[in-house]
Design a protein around this ligand. Structure first.
Ligand SMILES: Cc1cc2nc3c(=O)[nH]c(=O)nc-3n(C[C@H](O)[C@H](O)[C@H](O)COP(=O)(O)OP(=O)(O)OC[C@H]3O[C@@H](n4cnc5c(N)ncnc54)[C@H](O)[C@@H]3O)c2cc1C
Length: 309
């Protein structure tokens, strides 16, 4: 049902299946689609005590099949961007693949690595998304964020963002990214295009595309280990391992796919098995990249606590 509050549209009992790339069936009690910064800030202020959850493209989210009580705010309509000289500035909801193509149009290099990542800019900054030896922090200048604690919009510079491998200050949940600014470099378009093509080819067969519902790499690669997370999982003979409709992908063991009717509970069981077997065999504790949103049973909570510690 579509309702309106202060002209900001919201939906009750909203189906989230098309708002997460894993295609988990879930329902948000309240779902909002702000058109601009002002509306987003109004919602964040209004629902501060209900812990509103801001989402981008849902490519790193595991929604609970039991539903989400907190207000869910989708940034996908906040998608303007501007390029002046070699400076690109964009709103949180812009898809980074769009930014990669825009940069190419303007003969600007630095965003070629984003071409295969199905993220919004907000989600990419939150995760410090990266690939092919680059990450969003590389060309980052600053971000305009809403500070939930101080109730105001501030600017965070690159050094304030605490960027590291798949980490940024946004994970502390105090700031919501409204827009961000990057410095790119002039380069011949053939060079940029050929890097983008290489990156796309590299992904083929190494990653499921979005026609096979998934949420990207399940675990971070462990530090100081000669093997990647995928190789460790493979060595535990988990290729193709399946519970319900959730399966460790046959082509690469650090991806878990939804074969049709996956539930969040089956997903947790599968990744807990991956974590436990790797821990048992190698004494390495893998850390999941994915963010869980929504209700959890007691046993799910216990498993998730172990996975995220
Ligand atoms: C096929 C596939 C390939 C992938 N390849 C890569 C890859 O190469 N490299 C890589 O790093 N990742 C990859 N990923 C994972 C995923 O795309 C990234 O983690 C991405 O950064 C998530 O962005 P999103 O917009 O989808 O965020 P969401 O999944 O919507 O949200 C992720 C987190 O960010 C928070 N968030 C979102 N927007 C904001 C905002 N405006 N302000 C504050 N917090 C916010 C959310 O609350 C949530 O906690 C891949 C995923 C898939 C499905």
């Amino acid at each position: 049902m579509i309702c309106s509050q202060n002209d900001i549209k919201f939906y009750n009992d909203f189906q989230l299946t098309n708002f997460n790339t894993l295609k988990i069936k879930s329902t948000a009690k309240y779902f909002y689609m702000p058109d601009n910064d002002g509306e987003l800030i109004t919602l964040l202020k209004k629902y501060k005590n209900l812990n509103p959850i801001v989402i981008g493209n849902g490519s790193n989210i595991l929604f609970s099949s039991k539903g989400v009580e907190e207000p869910v705010i989708y940034t996908g309509k906040m998608k303007s961007s501007i390029i002046i000289g070699n400076i690109l500035e964009a709103q949180a909801g812009v898809k980074v693949q769009t930014l990669s193509k825009l940069a190419l149009d303007k003969k600007l290099s630095g965003f070629e690595f984003l071409i295969g990542i199905p993220a919004s800019l907000g989600g990419a900054c939150y995760m410090n998304a990266g690939a092919h030896g680059c990450s969003i922090s590389n060309n980052f200048i600053s971000a305009k964020v809403y500070d939930i604690e101080k109730n105001k919009v501030i600017t965070l510079k690159k050094e304030d963002m605490n960027f590291s491998y798949r980490h940024s200050i946004l994970k502390e949940k105090r700031y919501i990214l409204l827009s961000a600014k990057f410095e790119l470099k002039k380069a011949p378009s053939e060079e940029i295009k050929s890097k983008m093509d290489e990156n796309i080819i590299f992904r083929k067969n190494r990653q499921p595309n979005l026609a096979i519902p998934n949420a990207g790499s399940v675990f971070k690669n462990p530090e100081n280990c000669e093997f990647s997370a995928g190789a460790l999982i493979d060595k535990c003979n988990l290729r193709g391992f399946q519970i319900g409709d959730v399966q460790v992908w046959e082509n690469h063991c650090n991806f878990v796919i939804n074969k049709g009717k996956a539930t969040s509970s089956d997903y947790i069981d599968v990744i807990f098995e991956m974590y436990s077997r790797v821990k048992e065999k190698f004494n390495i504790e893998l850390t999941p990249e994915i963010i869980y949103i929504g209700k959890m049973s007691k046993s799910e909570k216990e498993k998730w606590k172990i996975l995220k510690k």
